[in-house]
Ligand binder design. Structure first.
Ligand code: PHE
Length: 350
């Protein structure tokens, strides 16, 4: 019996040496420790033994089981570490201490991600719209189901101008104008409204490494008959997988915004660890990226669209956040600093 445990241990050690990724490791784990695994089978042989033999053999199998378990855990850690190192080595290196490249101009990292997103959405038939930075209270709030004195206004600490207009606090401020612009084509020609509208937004934030008073968002809407949450998930997943050049998993959590019902926070699988959990994602495997939801009937109505007949989704992608994630920028303030030392490094993309 003792030979059996030794032989199994030997076979396991040899098999473990050939493992190069998590899937292979999982296969081996099941092969040895699974319900019908080799170690488990060995345990079952105990029933044919005398009580004394049982004691000795039982102990040996338990030792073996623990050793196999420990070796698998250790290998898993090693593989995880390797994956993180590989992923880090693929991230563009953003180095504040690099001397600036002054002999040619370069695109701002936010322009780069904005153009990538535009490219992907354009290929999916979306129109790209621009909108003003100074908007009315109606556009920014009332048309979005946020009446005067509604507590939801507190979510966005807004800069008001003396004439009653304001600096747009989110790109959703353009929604009403977009619906009005495209609704005739929707009604008369059956053309779905699908548009994205990137833009600069302003909020009175206390600035730190993660908060700025000026940032970029990219809003997207799609309105047609029978638009559902599945359409929203499909478009977001496709766009993000293209931008990050890998398969991105997404998940939705409930989130409150008065202009969507139901409303969600969309998370993506962590770019560094792929969902396994690492310091970047606070070991959750997920990164919060994009609030979204199904457009509230009142908002469609305000845009001249009958919510009984049409439905739609809207999302508000944080372009600034996306650029920080994509290029590994740690301090948001570097982006608006105008410092060539940091910004001139983004020259290799279009
Ligand atoms: N405009 C919201 C914000 O900036 C985000 C959002 C857009 C939420 C679209 C849902 C739908 O806070």
């Amino acid at each position: 019996m003792a030979e059996k445990t030794t032989a199994l241990k030997q076979a396991f050690s040899e098999a473990l040496l050939t493992v190069t990724n998590m899937e292979e490791l999982e296969k081996i784990r099941v092969e040895y420790l699974g319900k019908k695994g080799l170690v488990t089978e060995l345990m079952q042989e105990m029933k044919y033994l005398s009580p004394e033999e049982k004691k000795v053999f039982g102990q040996a199998v338990n030792v073996l089981k623990n050793e196999v378990n420990d070796a698998i855990t250790q290998k898993r850690e090693e593989l995880k570490q390797k994956e993180i190192e590989l992923e880090n080595s693929r991230m563009p290196v953003f180095d504040l201490s690099m001397p600036p490249v002054l002999d040619r101009g370069s695109y701002h990292p936010i322009t780069l991600v904005q153009r990538q997103c535009e490219e992907v959405f354009r290929s999916m038939g979306f129109a790209i719209e621009d909108y003003s930075e100074i908007v009315t209270d109606y556009e920014c709030f009332e048309a979005l189901n946020i009446p005067k004195n509604h507590p939801a206004r507190d979510m966005q600490d807004t800069y008001y101008l003396d004439n009653g207009q304001l600096l747009k606090s989110h790109t959703s401020a353009a929604q009403n104008a977009i619906y009005k612009k495209y609704k005739d084509a929707l009604y008369n020609e059956g053309k779905p409204i699908n548009a994205i509208f990137p833009g600069r937004c302003f909020r009175n934030e206390a600035t730190d490494a993660c908060h700025e008073n000026t940032f970029f968002q990219m809003e997207g809407v799609m309105v047609d008959k029978n638009i559902s949450i599945s359409n929203l998930i499909f478009f977001m997943k496709t766009m993000l997988s293209e931008v990050f050049q890998k398969d991105i998993k997404v998940r939705l959590r409930p989130g409150f915004f008065p202009f969507v019902e139901p409303g969600f926070e969309l998370d993506i699988s962590c770019l560094i660890c792929g969902g396994e959990g690492c310091p970047s994602c606070k070991h959750s495997g997920w990164l919060e990226l994009c609030p979204c939801g199904m457009i509230h009937p009142e908002v469609l109505k305000a845009g001249g669209i009958d919510p009984e007949e049409y439905t739609g989704f809207a999302f508000g992608l944080g372009l600034t956040r996306l650029a920080m994630m994509k290029y590994g920028v740690k301090d948001i303030r570097d982006l608006n600093s105008g410092s060539l030392k940091s910004l001139a490094q983004f020259t290799d993309d279009k």
